[in-house]
Design a protein around this ligand. Sequence first.
Ligand code: OMP
Length: 214
Amino acid sequence: MSTHDQQGFLDFAIERGVLRFGEFTLKSGRISPYFFNAGLFNSGAALARLGRYYAQAIADSGVAFDMLFGPAYKGIPLVSATAVALAEHHGRDLPWCFNRKEAKDHGEGGSLVGAPLSGRVLVVDDVITAGTAIRESVDIIQAAGATLAGVAISLNREERGRGARSAIQEVEESLGVPVISIATLGDLVAHLAHDPAQTETLKRVEAYRAEYGI
Ligand code: OMP
């Protein structure tokens, strides 16, 4: 049973302009009536609060893991904020690391920064739509001889992946690990349904869900 506050998180994302409504072309080419831009949690207090939402969702999930990994670039502040919140609010001081996009050939070398990748690794990322980005993290973790324990994201868009199932289900089944999300498209629909001013947006989101949802 989840104890974290999905509706509070969505209010927070809308207030910060992170979650916007309009017309957006996704990485997959789909035209979406909403977009979640985690880069706009761009103040100290906003990032700290975001880290607490991630940490709570992770704690609620009960998933077992030994360390955290944030994929470059957007996963880097997310994983650091989550590591801080797990230590400060959940009594779990865990190692964490991130990758560089370009390998360095001098200085400390290597493409990983932070704690060495080992044991069961939880990936912290922003959004999964079609599941392309997450597969790169899996390659990095496996190349280091570590194991993927799961993936924690802000928003599960609950869209079909390459087949009939959702991209998240495909990731969960092909990789054999859970995907933890702070909020889902279902939570967003419930959120919009509570606000009479959002009737038109709700209609567009529901039409999009009918076309690309699961
Ligand atoms: P997939 O690789 O298709 O799973 O898409 C995930 C990536 O899409 C994210 O890491 C973002 O770069 C981007 N994205 C968002 O950030 N927010 C959204 O609401 C939708 C997308 C997207 O393009 O699908």
